[in-house]
Design a protein around this ligand. Structure first.
Ligand code: PMP
Length: 338
C-alpha cells in the first residue's frame, strides 16, 4: 500500500454517517428537495446492490467493491498499492490495454512478459520478471484480445508464489467452461478478481465493474474511491438485472453457440489464415491482410477490431459475436471481398 494511503482519512459523506438510524427527513446533503425523491445522493457503499450480488456470486458483501466499470478498479489498484516512480507491475503480453494506460498515468513501470505461441504463459517466466518492487501481477482469463483461458495450474502457481497482489481479470469468464476463481478467495489472500456488467450481463452503458478480494483489500479500495462512484440509475438497473439472472444464462448459451458457428464459417473464408480458439464472446483471427480487410469492412459499415499492431497479433482481427443478423452481414461482406 502507498504510505499516504495507509494514513489517509477517507472522506465521510453525509449518507455514510447516519447508518442504522431510521430517518425520513434528510437535511444533510444540501440537495434540492423539490425534485423526485430518487434524485437524492445514492448509497455511497451500494449495500442493497451488494446484497443481491452476494447471493448470485456466493461471496459476502464485505468482499465486494463496485466501481464505474472495471476500469475504475484497475486505476484504483495502482493508486492504492503502487508508489509512482518507484514500484512496478508485471503483466502478460498481449492483454487488455488499460492495465498499461493506468500504469503510465500513475507513473508505475509496466513489465510485459510475452505469451507463447498458444497464447499461454509460464508462471516461472512471469515470476522471474518480478522483483522486490513489483506490487501487482495482471492476468486476464479469458484473455483479451486472444480469447483463450489461461492455464489454471499456472494461475495457481502465481497465486502461491507471488507475494504481492494478483489481479485476475475475469471480464469474459461467463462465456468460459472454466470455473471462476471467486470461490478461491479464502485460499489466496493476495487474489483480486475483476468482473463486469459490460459483457455477459449486457449492461456496458451503465458502467458497473466489480472487484472481489479480502476484506482488507476491499476496505482500501472503498477508502480511496470517489464518495458516490456508482450512480443511482446504475444501482437500480443492476438490481433489476440481477433479478433476471436466468436471462443472462440463456444469452450466454446462445452467444457461445453463435460464436462457434461464426468461427467455423470464418475459418472457411479464403482470406483467413487461422481462427484461434476462444473461451469468450469474441475470437481472434489471422487473415491475409488485416489492415486492408479492416478498411474494407469499415467501407461496408462493419466495424471489427484491428489488432495488427499488438504483440503476437500481426494480421489479426478481433471479432465480437453479434446477433445472427449482424454475423451474417459480416460473413456476406467477407465472402465478396477480393
Ligand atoms: N477487462 C477486460 C479484459 C476488458 O476487455 C474490458 C472491456 N473492454 C474491461 C475490463 C473493461 O470493462 P468495463 O466496461 O467494466 O470497464
Amino acid at each position: 500500500t502507498r504510505p499516504n494511503i495507509w494514513k489517509l482519512k477517507p472522506y465521510s459523506s453525509a449518507r455514510d454517517e447516519y447508518k442504522g438510524a431510521v430517518a425520513s427527513v434528510f437535511l444533510d446533503a444540501n440537495e434540492n428537495p423539490y425534485n423526485l425523491p430518487h434524485n437524492r445522493y445514492p448509497d455511497p457503499m451500494q449495500w442493497e446492490l451488494k446484497m443481491e450480488l452476494s447471493k448470485i456470486k456466493k461471496v459476502s458483501p464485505e468482499h465486494i467493491f463496485l466501481g464505474n466499470g472495471s476500469d475504475e478498479a484497475i486505476d484504483l489498484v495502482f493508486r492504492a498499492f503502487c508508489e509512482p516512480g518507484r514500484d512496478n507491475v508485471v503483466a502478460i503480453d498481449p492483454t487488455y490495454g488499460m492495465y498499461q494506460v493506468c500504469a503510465d498515468v500513475n507513473d508505475v513501470e509496466y513489465r510485459k512478459v510475452l505469451l507463447d505461441e498458444h497464447f499461454q504463459f509460464s508462471a516461472d517466466k512471469l515470476l522471474a520478471a518480478a522483483d522486490e518492487r513489483t506490487k501487482l501481477i495482471f492476468l486476464c482469463s479469458p484473455n483479451n484480445p486472444t480469447g483463450n483461458d489461461l492455464l489454471r495450474s499456472e494461475i495457481e502457481k502465481v497465486l502461491r508464489e507471488f507475494e504481492g497482489l494478483v489481479i485476475l481479470d475475469e471480464a469474459y469468464n461467463d462465456f468460459s467452461a472454466s470455473p471462476s476463481f471467486l470461490q478461491e478467495l479464502d485460499k489466496y489472500p493476495n487474489l483480486v478478481v475483476f468482473q463486469t456488467f459490460s459483457k455477459a450481463w449486457g449492461c456496458a452503458a451503465i458502467r458497473l465493474g466489480m472487484a472481489f478480494a479480502s476484506t482488507d483489500i476491499i476496505g482500501i479500495l472503498s477508502k480511496i474511491k470517489y464518495p458516490y462512484n456508482v450512480n443511482q440509475l446504475t444501482q437500480k438497473q443492476a438490481i433489476e438485472m440481477l433479478h433476471k439472472y436466468y436471462e443472462i444464462e440463456r444469452w450466454v448459451k446462445r452467444l457461445i453457440e453463435e460464436r462457434d458457428e461464426l468461427a467455423k464459417r470464418f475459418a472457411e473464408l479464403p482470406l483467413t489464415v487461422e481462427v484461434f480458439p476462444s473461451d469468450a464472446n469474441f475470437f481472434l483471427a489471422r487473415v491475409t491482410d488485416a489492415v486492408k480487410i479492416y478498411n474494407y469492412l469499415v467501407g461496408e459499415g462493419i466495424i471489427v477490431r484491428n489488432r495488427n499492431s499488438i504483440s503476437l497479433c500481426g494480421n489479426c482481427l478481433r471479432v465480437t459475436v453479434g446477433t445472427r443478423m449482424e454475423n451474417d452481414k459480416l460473413m456476406e461482406a467477407l465472402e465478396k471481398y477480393k
